[in-house]
Design a protein. Structure first.
Length: 277
């Protein structure tokens, strides 16, 4: 366990180091920053490395085995309604736990956060079911993708222009650090039950199909909400001059973000207890 933690922290450090170096170089040569803000940035970078390391460790040791186990159970289930219900619930609950979705919701002020979160999660759930049925029914992936993306472009013709860019960006929700390990692990688990020659190939494509759900969901929301009626909140940089100010800002923010993490993990805990009982 200790070695795994070290490996994950090293991976996170290698990922964070380049962007940290770029930001520091820009702050020195192009846009000078106050010393307090630089200290705050470096403190956040250190916390990001540690957090990403533990996050990746948890995803590898918990989310992947859970996804594979559920995938095997779905493949062995004979009842199609049960498969549809399980797939929909899994896709919806895992998406609600995705941190990327919380970031997306904050970037679209014209749509209430809870409505956007629920709409995107339901969209992923529906298309995750389609992805599961494709594996079970041996439907060609390329044909299905062409048809569904054609549906997206038709829906885009009826959506306000201001919603088009963010709609297609919302597909990134299904490429987040929680959703990807879980969905891909389910695909591997479902394919492992099959013994035919196409089983390995069919284990892929779940993320691609699930990514259509958020795009379509936001396109539909665009028909009911108007971005020009929303008011954007201006983000401000905290005024910090000493290390005590930096510590105070982080201590103030930790309870808020800890609450968000706890709420996001409730669906994952629900999935665990449902399938472990």
């Amino acid at each position: 366990m200790e070695q795994k933690i070290k490996d994950k922290v090293k991976e996170a450090f290698a990922a964070v180091l380049p962007i940290t170096g770029i930001v520091l170089a820009i702050s020195v040569f192009l846009i000078p920053m106050e010393l307090g803000n630089i200290v705050m940035f470096l403190t956040g970078a250190v916390m990001l490395v540690i957090g990403m390391g533990f996050f990746q460790l948890g995803a590898e040791m918990a989310m992947t085995p859970l996804g594979e186990g559920i995938g095997v159970m779905i493949s062995k289930t004979r009842s199609l309604p049960v498969v549809i219900i399980m797939g929909f619930l899994m896709g919806t609950m895992i998406t609600i736990a995705e941190p990327d979705l919380q970031v997306l919701a904050e970037q679209i002020p014209s749509v209430p956060n809870h409505i956007l979160t629920l709409a995107v999660a339901v969209g992923v759930g529906i298309f995750f079911v389609i992805a599961i049925l494709r594996i079970l029914l041996h439907i060609n992936l390329s044909v299905l993708l062409i048809g569904l993306y054609g549906l997206l472009f038709i829906a885009a013709c009826f959506t306000p222009r201001d919603f088009l860019a963010v709609s297609f960006d919302s597909g990134g929700v299904t490429t987040g650090p929680i959703t990807v390990p879980f969905i891909m692990a389910m695909g591997v688990g479902m394919a492992s039950v099959r013994g035919d020659k196409n089983a390995a190939d069919d284990s892929f494509g779940l993320v691609a199909l699930s990514s259509i759900g958020p795009v379509l969901a936001v396109l539909i929301l665009g028909c009911f909400f108007r971005p020009e009626e929303a008011s954007h909140q201006i983000f401000y940089v905290p005024d910090v001059t000493t290390t005590r100010d930096v510590a105070r800002e982080f201590l103030i923010g930790i309870p808020h973000y800890a609450k968000e993490v706890f709420v996001s993990l409730i669906p994952v805990l629900a999935v665990f207890f449902i399938f472990s009982s």
